[in-house]
Design a protein around this ligand. Structure first.
Ligand code: 3HC
Length: 732
């Protein structure tokens, strides 16, 4: 078995030293591994039997970069304690030491991994290997010379694009670009790299030094223009973020001062980026996203293994059902799509086909693969084939009576081991199963929620809702399915709205309250989307989802959380005049018939006036409160944090970080803020409590909406982090 110790192993074969990076699973560059790599390089240089050096990786991978765990290790210090002296020394020896070096690369070479490979004089790479510098996705920039070597190997524009988008390329593309010197299948990788290393040592192939090359760099004026364009584009896309600009600055310094000067600028820029909250937030999200798959009482049960899910029956071919079916067939799962009549079934099949064709158009899959995926769907108007299904996902309209009848039927027509799930976005799962045998008792273990987000084949999150009786086996199977269909799963408890929609309801309600207080909805949207960084503001979102849906779903919250909801006339008024949003061409915004572009609509004014009058939050003739954009953001997001704290304290999420992931992946909460609870800790619980109380005083008629929950108040009083979770022995 591979050793878990970070080490660089050493062997010599026919004049070539092979240094193997080894630290399962992906040979991340732990400081001990870097130290060991440096020592082995010195050993190879001192070894008279060695003429050339090959650096490779164990575990069928080269290296996934610097060990990200170090960024969270308090004893490592800022930036994971990266020791630039050692890193620069490693790359210097690799590139300019007496003996030439070749990297033999397979699996992944990312971040510091690719930087080590670029430090070598050549790279032999297995087909399909992922090569990239994704550091920006962690809020930092390449720190082992990547900002200098990549532009010199692939050209400035391509290098800037690879770094700014954090998107890796495949080995085949790397060969065309000049990042890869030769391709070799994994079984011949080492021998090909050794042969190339000897060719260089013996002068049959020129030795290349990427740090001093200039042949791929454009003339200075052109280079500066490329970087200016990248800056402008980044400023638009990455709204005010510092680390992408720091990365571009480091690249520019190297263009102006040469590679060696660029390395100095890079290490300064790296240190600055590593000190910013953005870096901490993005590293937190990196690990949080991976930890949602680990669920207490499910993934740690000895001997419990996921059962394969080969066939899923999807009930309902509407937007959600067809999206879910698309996600499933894309992963090679057979689907039975059931509808109530041929017309609906044809429409559902048509949607799946359109989803697949749009992927073909984007180049994400071939036409023949799309045909094969569509061939996995079997349409059905009855339950005759449901015995084949390992799992059912019900995705019909949010009608509790209908759902209850369906689940009573499903219990009879499905195999007793088939998982029965509902895609409801808000309804209590136990209620959905209440009409099954014994009030749901017989099938309780296999009943769960599988809540997808629209469009289901695109959105990355799957909320898996467990009741108090859902079996660990059913949860484990669904977790495994989520991995297969490339969704990040979050296992959540059963309540109205579960985790995501539950923290979302105050978001819309506080925005509507602000509108009733006299604020301009378009200004609110601009603050939320522009300043805060949500993909869109609450009113634009309402138009996307539909005012009718908003009203229907909102009613569940009004019933379940009556003491802390805000009910306005505004959305009902929009429904009454059929301003349902994008689908009717008008909602809060009006939509261009051709381009679907949203623009403010003066016709909204009378509806706003009527709603404000009905709300009576501001006395007639009195001025509305003067709120700054910062106030607006606090007014909207602090009630969301408050509800998030309730979700944490009630154990609806397994751990607070799960809510961070859910908020980022389903609400569009900016990942650079680390998710809802992580961000709340950056703001500080005491400030959030104080502001909520101020808002309660501003709108005393609805003080309950702002009342801080016990978890938040106690954390503020005790100086405890909200992300720490419920302290032991203090169930709230
Ligand atoms: N450091 C530490 N652990 C890492 C790691 C890294 N660089 N990259 C991956 N891992 C761990 C993951 O946390 C996970 O651990 P777990 O099993 O305990 O949850 C395990 O490796 C497998 O990773 P994934 O679950 O993500 O596996 P995938 O196959 O889905 O993805 C991957 C593999 C594409 C390599 C993905 O893990 C990834 O993107 N990793 C990060 C790559 C990266 O950003 N590298 C840059 C690091 S910073 C740097 O190098 C700075 C330098 O310039 C100075």
């Amino acid at each position: 078995m591979a050793s878990k110790q970070p080490e660089a192993k050493y062997s010599v074969d026919n004049g070539v030293a092979v240094i193997t990076l080894s630290y399962p699973p992906l040979n991340a560059l732990h400081p001990l591994l870097l130290r060991s790599l440096f020592d082995q390089l010195r050993r190879a240089h001192a070894d008279p039997a060695v003429r050339a050096i090959v650096v490779t990786g164990a575990n069928n991978n080269f290296c996934a970069g610097f060990d990200i765990n170090q960024f969270q290790n308090p004893s490592a210090g800022s930036g994971g304690g990266i020791d630039n002296k050692i890193n620069d020394a490693i790359c210097e020896v690799l590139e300019g030491g007496l003996k030439p070096t070749v990297a033999a690369v397979q699996g992944v070479a990312l971040g510091g991994g690719l930087e080590v490979a670029m430090g070598c004089n050549a790279r032999v790479v297995a087909p399909g290997t992922k090569l990239g510098l994704p550091e920006l996705q962690l809020g930092i920039l390449p720190g082992f010379g990547g900002t200098q070597r990549l532009p010199r190997l692939v050209g400035l524009a391509k290098a800037a694009e690879m770094m700014l988008t954090s998107t890796p390329i495949k080995a085949e593309a790397g060969l065309k670009l000049g990042l890869v010197d030769a391709l070799a299948p994994p079984e011949q990788l080492l021998s090909a790299a050794k042969a190339m290393a000897l060719d260089i040592a013996e002068g049959r192939k020129p030795r290349m030094y990427s740090l001093t090359r200039t042949d791929k760099l454009p003339p200075l004026g052109e280079a500066l223009a490329i970087l200016d364009m990248a800056r402008a584009e980044t400023a638009k896309r990455a709204r005010g973020l510092r680390h992408p600009q720091l990365c571009l600055n480091a690249i520019q310094a190297g263009i102006e001062a040469g590679g060696a000067g660029g390395l100095v600028a890079e290490s300064k820029a790296f240190a600055e980026a590593a000190s910013l909250d953005t870096h901490k937030a993005l590293v937190h999200i990196f690990f949080a996203q991976r930890s949602t798959k680990k669920v207490k009482g499910v993934t740690d049960v000895p001997g419990l293994k996921p059962r394969p899910i080969r066939c899923v029956a999807v009930l309902g071919g509407g937007l959600m059902g067809s999206g879910i079916a698309t996600a499933l067939v894309l992963a090679g799962v057979d689907v039975i799509l059931k509808e109530v009549n041929q017309g609906f079934l044809d429409a559902g099949m048509g949607r799946i086909k359109a989803n697949l064709q749009s992927r073909v158009k984007k180049g994400a899959m071939s036409a023949s693969a799309a045909d094969a995926a569509l061939g996995r769907v079997k349409g059905s108007l009855d339950y005759s084939d449901f015995g084949r299904a390992d799992m059912v996902i019900e995705a019909v309209i949010e009608d509790i009576g209908l759902k209850q009848r369906i689940f009573a039927d499903l219990e009879k027509v499905c195999r007793p081991d088939a998982i029965l799930s509902t895609n409801t976005s808000t309804i209590d799962i136990d209620l959905v199963g209440a009409k099954m045998e014994g009030g749901g008792a017989k099938s309780a273990g296999r009943l769960l929620g599988a809540h997808f987000f629209s469009p289901a084949h695109v959105m990355p999150l799957l909320e898996i809702v467990k009741t108090s009786r859902t079996s660990p086996q059913a949860l484990l199977d669904t977790l495994a399915l989520s991995g297969r269909i490339k969704k990040t799963p979050v296992v959540v408890g059963n309540c109205t709205g579960f985790a995501v929609n539950r923290v979302f309801f105050p978001y819309t309600m506080s925005a509507v309250m602000l509108a009733d207080l006299g604020m301009d909805p378009y200004r609110i949207d601009a603050a939320v989307a522009g300043k805060f960084g949500m993909p869109m503001g609450p009113f634009r979102l309402n138009d996307l989802v539909g005012s009718d849906i908003g009203l229907h779903v909102g009613a569940n919250f009004v019933t379940s959380f009556s003491e802390r909801v805000y009910v306005s006339r505004l959305i009902p008024l929009l429904n009454e005049v059929k301003r349902l949003g994008e689908k009717t061409g008008k909602g809060f915004y009006k939509f261009d018939a051709k381009t679907r572009k949203a623009s403010p609509d003066p016709e909204l004014a009378p509806l706003l006036a009527e709603s404000r009058k009905a709300a009576g939050l501001v006395k007639e003739g009195a001025k509305p409160p003067a709120l700054s954009d910062a106030d607006i953001l606090d007014f909207i997001f602090f009630p969301v944090v408050n509800e998030g704290c309730r979700v944490v304290s009630e154990g609806i999420v397994d751990k607070p970080a799960d809510l961070d992931v859910a908020s980022v992946m389903a609400m569009g909460f900016p990942p650079v803020k680390g998710g809802l609870i992580f961000w709340a800790d950056l703001v500080g619980a005491p400030r959030i409590v104080a502001r909520l109380r101020q808002f309660a005083a501003l709108v005393p008629q609805h003080a309950g909406f702002f009342a801080p929950c016990d978890y938040l108040v106690q954390a503020a009083a005790a100086g405890r982090k909200l992300s720490a979770g419920v302290p032991p022995a203090s169930k709230m």
